[in-house]
Structure formats: C-alpha cells, structure tokens
Ligand binder design. Structure first.
Ligand code: ADE
Length: 229
C-alpha cells in the first residue's frame, strides 16, 4: 500500500521530510516527489505549491505515476468560528470549493456543475484513524467541512459567509481540489489541517506567528496516524 502525502508549502513538509527514509526523488510537473519509507509505511511526499490547480495536478500525478492507494493532505488552515484557535487541529469530513459559482444557472455556490455530488467526502476509515491519532496526542480537534478556494481569506464578512452558507470550520487553498481529483479517480483521501490564523483582518500577521506551531501539530498527528495504520 502506497500513501501519497501532499503539503502545499516547504514549511508544511519540512518536519516530515526529516523523518522519511528516502529511496528516490523524481521530478514531474515541476514538483519533487520524495519516495521512501515513513514509520514502516511506503509513502510519496510532495510539495504541490499553493492553490487549486497545483494541488490538482499533483494529485493526478501521484495517482497515475506513483500508484498511490490513498492520499493525505496536511498543512495549515484559517479557522472559522469563535471556539477555534491557532494550533487546533481540523480533520475534514468533507470539502467544498467556495469559489465555484454557477449560481446564475440556479446552482448552489460551491457546486461543481454537472457533477453528482456537492461536497467531496473524506474516507471514513482515514477520518477515524486521524481522530485516533489526535486522541493519542491529547490534542484538541474539530471535524467537519473544510472549504477551499484560490483566496487567502482575511475578512470577517467572508468568514461569516463561509460559516453560515457552508457550515465550514476551516478554509484553505488546496484540499477541495485534491478531494475532487480523488473523487474522480475513486481514491480514498483525508485532509488534516492545523489552524494558523482566524481568517480575519489580522490573518496575515497571525499566520506568520502561528504557522510553525500549526505545522508541528499537523505533522505530529500525521506521524501518529501513519504509525497506527
Ligand atoms: N491557509 C492558512 N490560513 C488561510 C486563510 N486565512 N485563508 C486561506 N488559506 C489559508
């Protein structure tokens, strides 16, 4: 069984790449795929770059060229809601792309036109494993919907909209497109993120401050999860 692990940025994968027993590196679509063993499991770890297109290309390459059986996306996210704080973990149960809008045709915002599903559901088993990993790490965690768009959200009105119209607990810029590619290819996936900011007006400053702790937390959860897989 081969597990594909995607992070958007170098800083999100830095800690994991220190742990991999590297067997080979391969370049494809300007991305470096690190193949090897992580805690006894065969993995391919790759930095996809920021945004939905990078993430989608990366996921398809993992599936086609590296034959991964499942995909885990780790990294940071903006928290949505009063009770969620930097450092907290969010395990996605499903994802929606908040920047998809064909409402002119009567579609709900987020619906990919002519696709059979509104949201992209994470694999139950992987979600349960991620929850177990959080419990053994004694870490506060949330489960629910993560919304994705090609936007860094730093606006209170926008968070209100993401919360009220989507019921989202966190926002980021890759998970929903990784989810869509996995859905199209029938590959199980899960998205695990740690909160770096509250997506409000000071988000870019909180982001700088809290990213290192958020990365540490999401990496720890992933490590625990891989050990119990
Ligand atoms: N990733 C981390 N924080 C984010 C935010 N506020 N908006 C989008 N993606 C993020």
């Amino acid at each position: 069984m081969i597990i594909g692990i995607i992070g958007a940025m170098d800083e999100e994968l830095e800690l994991l790449l220190k742990e991999i027993k590297l067997e080979k590196k391969e370049n494809k679509a300007s991305m470096e795929f690190n193949c090897g063993e992580l805690y006894g499991k065969t993995v391919v770890i790759v930095r996809c770059g920021i945004g939905k297109v990078n993430a989608a290309v990366c996921t398809q390459v993992l599936i086609d060229d590296f034959n991964v059986d499942s995909v885990i996306n780790v990294g940071i996210a903006g928290g949505i809601g009063k009770n969620i704080f930097p450092g907290d973990i969010v395990i996605a149960e499903n994802l929606v792309q908040h920047d998809m809008d064909t409402s002119a045709f009567g579609d709900k915002i987020g619906q990919i036109p002519r696709l059979n599903t509104y949201d992209f559901k994470c694999d139950n088993e992987l979600v349960e494993l991620a929850k177990k990993a959080c419990a053994s790490f004694e870490k506060n965690f949330f489960t629910g919907r993560i919304v994705t768009g090609d936007q860094f959200v730093a606006d209170i009105e926008k968070i209100k909209w993401l919360s009220e119209d989507f019921g989202a607990v966190a926002c980021e810029m890759e998970g929903g497109s990784i989810a869509q590619v996995c859905y199209l290819n029938e590959i199980p996936f899960v998205v695990i993120r740690s909160i770096s900011d509250n997506a409000n007006n000071g988000a870019h400053m909180d982001y700088e401050k809290f990213t290192p702790i958020a990365v540490k937390n999401s990496t720890n959860i992933l490590e625990n999860m891989i050990k119990i897989m």
